[in-house]
Design a protein around this ligand. Structure first.
Ligand code: C5P
Length: 231
């Protein structure tokens, strides 16, 4: 029995969460949304009153983050200390604060360690609770968390396409006002994130899939084609 590890990185609005989850479903693989981990860590700090500018306190809080994250693509639950935060972590306040937590290098060490453990559990066909293979997505999976993944993909899209997607997600419309309302946040978050991780250019051996002119199904097909080619 052999299992496959698929790593997908990309900026916000590239569609990587929807695409990665759907690819996992079609291939019957587990699904790990690492952005959800940084979001859950941010929620936990805000919830426990840890000031985000106090880096050592944030690092301590995240080391003890009581996170229970599901890896079933049909039910990817995110539970922190018994509270289902699946919806709360998508709030604008979390999106605005998450980079402050994700640029903390001790936080990254801790969450990367947990991500590697989650991936390893799915990679090993003899693992007690895993062994089905996994699609893991984020900003540094192809480069730092799982550079040895069987398939490594950078999902990109033009700025215009990314902003329109985010505007539809957040405001339910991609008219001019909705895009303008999204622009600053998306561009600032990508700029902040870029100070600690590189996800704008494909690293050596990473295949770029540009989704600018593709809908969800076409992007899923493009990613599946890469997986088939490589495995
Ligand atoms: O993908 P998503 O928009 O949910 O990610 C939320 C945030 O989590 C990103 O803006 C980034 O700050 C952080 N992140 C990260 N490394 C990852 C995944 C997400 O720093 N691998």
């Amino acid at each position: 029995v052999s299992t496959v590890v698929v790593a997908i990185d990309g900026p916000s609005g590239s569609g990587k969460s929807s695409v990665a989850r759907e690819v996992a479903r079609r291939l019957d693989l587990a699904y790990l949304d690492t952005g959800a981990m940084y979001r859950a860590a941010t929620w936990w700090c805000l919830h426990s009153g840890v000031p985000l500018e106090d880096q050592p306190a944030v690092a301590r809080a995240v080391r003890e983050l009581p996170l229970d994250q599901g890896v079933d693509p049909d039910a990817p639950h995110v539970v922190v200390a018994g509270t289902d935060v699946g919806e709360a972590i998508r709030a604008t306040a979390i999106s605005a604060a998450v980079s402050a937590v994700a640029t903390n290098l001790d936080v990254r060490d801790e969450l990367r360690r947990r991500q590697r453990t989650a991936i390893a559990a799915q990679r090993d066909p003899g693992a007690f609770s895993g062994g089905r293979g996994i699609v893991a997505e984020g900003r540094d999976i192809t480069t730092v968390v799982a550079p040895d993944a069987d398939v490594r993909i950078l999902l990109t899209a033009s700025e215009e396409a990314r902003l329109a997607r985010r505007a539809r997600d957040v405001h339910g419309s991609d008219d001019e006002a909705a895009v303008a309302a999204t622009r600053d946040q998306v561009l600032r978050r990508d700029a902040d994130d870029s100070t600690v991780v590189q996800f704008q250019v494909a690293a050596d051996g990473v295949v770029t899939v540009d989704s600018s002119d593709l809908d969800l199904e076409q992007t899923v097909q493009a990613v599946l084609a890469v997986v088939t080619q490589v495995t």
